[in-house]
Design a protein around this ligand. Structure first.
Ligand code: BGC
Length: 768
């Protein structure tokens, strides 16, 4: 993406001229009835077909300009276009659509695609936060809101969900996915696809989803973004592929191939991934788009000799659409003429793209109706759902002495401190800030909204935080979020002193630390997980005042908060909470919402522990053995907080674990039930999690694997029997010895509880 650096000025000039020229609104007066895709194909020239296989950049991209040169308007007029990337201004969408629908020979509408990841206008918490809710239904509703808003402005295709399993917190894109677990990841993938696309067929309120990045991107060497991934086949099937399969099973319309080399073959030209797995094993019928410029990057990888070879290698393994590199446009027609690529192959690649446009109703309604935009974007209901999503996704990590919830009636003064305390766009994360976000409520503002005038709320910013190496995205005109300014010499010291003084004159301190938006996401990997830029010093200095401190983390990945975990009474993980962030966080801090988020990742103590994940294998020195201390001699090898962990203002007990059978035949299912009781004095929710372990077999199996979960809300004192079913799908795994999916006649352990260390245990045997 680095090579996607833009010429800001030319883009601004271009968009400005668009506003001047196209003030009229284009409605559906020239709408067509949907044709049959096969009829269309028969009328198309080879160039028109290849244009459908191309996504044109909606902004200047050097590779595209070098290879193709022709302005996109001209391509659209002459041949049409499959898609245009990253245009989100409805006027520009209508202008380009007008060219396609009115001026091109076959009038085929354009499919506009954009990264609507955590919302378009209503910005929900970032995906890792949404996964922390363990609430697929809520996630589905949120993505339905995102779809409605995107569709209202003319975006009919989103590049989401991102379902890359991530076990290494150094990797910046952990924030975009559902964390480390394939089972939770699959549930989140399915929910998001259903939210974006609706139940079939896609209507005018929904968009096509694109599951990405196929596959293995999260295992980048050293957590360095774009680095090669080396993943054995059994880990691909058992860990990295299940969320993609879940998306495919949920009917996801499109896949995006990843950037990196997978086992030495770039994902965008990888025959095993794109053909053997996707088309053969999964029989997937939708279309596949490359990641941005990734077809051309096959040359950079040293996989393709030149553009011609790159186009061939990507196309021949089944990659339908070239995102923005122009490589298909430049080379594919020649390859058809030379007989290297057959006309039938081209037709097969174009067909699902045309069908997607038909399914979306783009032929009948190609244009944005601008009068519909405002009512859709300004929905109080959507904002309220965004606030609920924050309440559901915040994870309470520590609450010593029950310092939380804060008592509105007793506190007279509160200090909000920290470089993220008054942040607005930074609460949205990178993708949230890309689109047209609704006004963001900062944590400071959220607290003020909650407290009214009777309580003194003071803010001290503390030192500014910046990346040491700037983000490539800072220059992108559509990315509105920026670095914090550099402070004047001496500024950081003064900011620290002010923060400490503010803390001293307050009853309680809310300290908002973490990462600004540009510190997480694409091209935002880091070697250390420490609180950067003087934040640790701020934390320790403020804590030294002796005032009760609540640490609120705003970030895209677990950070090294080992000191805080010993010294700060309350730690609240807010992630990037979206545009209702401040309100939702304040709801939790003051007890108007009872937190029930649970971690979708194992939380490392330091970056030296990563990759870290709960579902590792049992070794010859098992960590559950009585004499086990640590795999390291300097620190514990256990995470600071385990996968699945999260506290509440109430407590829950788990008892009466029952299995329907102690022996079950392979191919049948067992039922597991457990009684959950809210043992505290207030209503709240917990996430009941079920883990299994297969004790022997044709391969070593993980110590624990999540195979079921339910978020359960209970009134104080209430008890509920939670039911799970363990069937063939949960009990199978891909065996590296057998080289296939197996269910084996072995003994299994079962645990149920509130995190991956759950103690309530049962067992059963599978028999032939
Ligand atoms: C990212 C994708 C994204 C695409 C288009 C790429 O750099 O890797 O996740 O969908 O850009 O914005």
């Amino acid at each position: 993406m680095k090579s996607f650096r833009l010429s800001i000025i030319s883009t601004i000039v271009r968009f400005a001229s668009v506003f001047l020229i196209f003030e009229f609104i284009l409605f559906d007066s020239n709408a067509q009835t949907a044709p049959h895709a096969g009829d269309l194909l028969r009328q198309m020239t080879i160039e028109e077909k290849i244009a459908q296989l191309s996504q044109l950049p909606g902004f200047p991209v050097p590779e595209y300009t070098q290879q193709v040169g022709t302005p996109i308007d001209e391509i659209i007029r002459k041949y049409g276009a499959g898609s245009v990337l990253w245009v989100s201004d409805p006027k520009e969408i209508n202008r380009l659509q007008h060219i396609a629908v009115e001026e091109s020979r076959l009038h085929i509408p354009i499919l506009f695609g954009l990264d609507v990841v955590d919302g378009y206008h209503t910005i929900f918490p970032a995906p890792i936060a949404m996964a922390s809710s363990w609430d697929p239904e809520m996630v589905e509703h949120a993505q339905a809101v995102a779809a409605r808003e995107a569709r209202a402005v003319g975006i009919a295709w989103t590049f989401a969900p991102m379902v890359d399993v991530a076990r290494d917190a150094r990797w910046g894109r952990m924030v975009e996915g559902a964390g480390e677990d394939p089972f939770l990841g699959a549930a989140m993938a399915r929910a998001q696809v259903l939210g974006f696309q609706g139940r079939q067929p896609v209507d005018s309120e929904h968009v096509l989803a694109c599951v990405k990045h196929f596959a293995g991107y999260g295992a980048a060497d050293g957590g360095r973004d774009y680095d090669s991934s080396y993943i054995p086949e059994e880990l691909m099937w058992n860990v990295y592929l299940p969320p993609f399969k879940a998306a495919a099973d949920a009917g996801v319309a499109t896949f995006m191939s990843a950037y990196m080399d997978l086992n030495d073959v770039p994902a965008t030209g990888n025959p095993w991934l794109l053909h053997d797995v996707l088309r053969e094993a999964w029989n997937y019928k939708g279309f596949v788009v490359s990641d941005a410029n990734a077809v051309h990057s096959l040359i950079t990888h040293g996989y393709a000799r030149d553009g011609d070879d790159a186009a061939y290698k990507a196309f021949s393994v089944g990659l339908n659409m070239d995102m923005a590199s122009g490589t298909y446009l430049k080379y594919l027609a020649g390859q058809v003429r030379q007989g290297r690529v057959s006309a039938q192959q081209i037709d097969e690649a174009v067909l699902p793209i045309l069908e997607a446009k038909i399914r979306l109703g783009l032929f009948e309604h190609p244009y944005v109706d601008e009068s519909r935009i405002d009512p859709v974007l300004n929905s109080a209901e959507s904002q309220s759902l965004a606030r609920t999503a924050v309440q559901c996704s915040v994870v309470l990590l520590r609450n010593e002495g029950k310092i939380l919830p804060l008592d509105k009636n007793r506190i007279k003064s509160i200090a909000v401190i920290g470089p993220l305390g008054d942040a607005d766009l930074d609460l949205l994360g990178l993708w949230g800030a890309l689109n047209k976000p609704a006004p963001t409520v900062s944590i400071l503002q959220g607290i003020k909204n909650k407290l009214g005038t009777g309580v003194r709320v003071e803010f001290a910013h503390g030192p500014n935080i910046r990346r040491d190496i700037p983000s490539v995205f800072e220059d992108y005109p559509m990315i509105t979020v920026k670095e914090q300014p550099k402070q004047a010499p001496g500024g950081a010291k003064r900011a620290l002193d002010e923060a400490v003084a503010t803390a001293r004159r307050s009853d309680v301190v809310v300290l908002a630390l973490g990462e600004i938006a540009l510190m997480s996401g694409e091209a935002a990997s880091r070697s250390s997980l420490k609180l950067s830029g003087g934040q640790e010093e701020l934390l320790e200095a403020v804590s030294a005042t002796g005032k009760p401190v609540v640490l609120v983390l705003v970030n895209g990945r677990p950070l090294d908060v080992s000191w805080a975990a010993d010294h700060v009474p309350a730690i609240v993980e807010a992630w990037y909470p979206g545009n209702q962030g401040g309100n939702g966080v304040a709801d939790v801090l003051f007890g108007d919402a009872n937190p029930a988020g649970h971690l979708p990742v194992s939380w490392p103590r330091t970056s030296g522990q990563v990759p870290l994940y709960y579902n590792h294998n049992r070794t010859q020195a098992p960590e559950d053995a009585p004499d086990f201390t640590s795999r390291y001699w300097d620190i514990s090898s256990q995470p600071l907080y385990p996968f699945g962990f999260g506290l509440s203002y109430t407590t829950f007990s788990f008892e009466n674990l029952k299995l329907s059978q102690s022996e079950a035949k392979i191919g049948s299912s067992l039922d597991v039930s457990v009684d959950v009781t809210n043992t505290g004095s207030r209503a709240g929710a917990t996430v009941v999690q079920l883990y299994i372990h297969q004790r022997a077999g044709s391969a070593s199996r993980p110590v624990r694997e999540l195979k079921g979960f339910q978020r359960v809300h209970l009134e104080a004192g209430a008890k509920y029997a939670v039911q799970f079913r363990l069937g063939p799908k949960e009990l199978q795994y891909w065996s590296p010895s057998a080289k296939k999916w197996v269910i084996e006649p072995e003994q299994f352990d079962v645990w149920v509880g509130e995190d991956s260390t759950a103690g309530l245990h049962g067992e059963f045997r599978l028999i032939q």
